[in-house]
Design a protein. Structure first.
Length: 237
């Protein structure tokens, strides 16, 4: 699979503290034994050439056990200033081992960290995937919601678009997710629409700006049709 050209997307956010922040948004890499180390190295090189402040990965990094793709993951681990949350595939194939390998990244499932932007503190808040309970992992919505409700300058990361409701309930200015692959193969997006509120791109709900990344990889059939993969630099204004 060929890497796409990076795209610049301008997002309006109703929060002055976030304005001017540049976020590299990647999602759904689905790295497997069919993914070459060279492919990941090229991805990292492309990303490092972009003027991002932080990078976020919104789940489904792997599509097999991490032990089988160690060179690829070690190459990915060179990406700088990176924060990520779990996707359902990461949980299935082993999130603990993935976390140990991606030691250069900050894992945010049910956690938060603060970054500084223009002398303002901004909270990055993550929620574990909606399938967490099937793998014996607690998904702490109450904790995340309580923190978001008392934090004005925040960005919520989740794997599935469904979790935009947490952002709306807490009046969080920015919600980033993936999972859908943009439908991956037209017209399957119409089926995805039965299960997810958004398929791709920018959406505005109340005071929340939503961006759904179509992802880089594929699942099942290793092809895309009218749902191109993406490497996206989000510029907030």
């Amino acid at each position: 699979m060929k890497l796409p050209n990076p795209q610049m997307v301008k997002l309006f956010v109703r929060n002055k503290a976030l304005q001017g922040l540049k976020i590299l948004h990647l999602s759904d890499l689905h790295i497997s034994q069919k993914t070459s180390q060279h492919f990941i190295e090229n991805l990292v090189n492309i990303c490092h050439a972009l003027p991002y402040d932080i990078a976020v990965l919104t789940g489904d990094i792997i599509d097999c056990k991490a032990e089988h793709i160690l060179p690829q993951l070690l190459a990915l681990n060179q990406l700088q200033r990176t924060f990520y949350i779990s996707g359902n595939h990461d949980l299935f194939y082993g999130i603990k081992r993935l976390n140990a390998i991606l030691c250069n990244f900050t894992f945010l499932d049910n956690q938060h960290v603060f970054i500084e932007h223009h002398q303002q503190k901004i909270a990055l808040v993550g929620i574990s995937d909606r399938f967490s309970s099937f793998f014996g992992i607690k998904r702490d919505e109450k904790k995340s919601l309580a923190f978001l409700q008392k934090t004005a300058n925040a960005i919520l990361l989740a794997h599935q678009p469904k979790d935009y409701l947490l952002a709306l309930k807490s009046d969080t200015p920015l919600f980033l997710c993936g999972h859908t692959h943009g439908g991956q193969i037209f017209p399957f997006g119409y089926i995805v629409k039965l299960f997810q509120p958004f398929i791709q791109g920018i959406h505005y709900k109340n005071n929340t700006t939503i961006y759904v990344n179509k992802g880089l990889g594929t699942w099942g059939i290793h092809t895309r049709y009218k749902a191109p993969s993406e490497i996206t630099l989000l510029e907030l204004y």
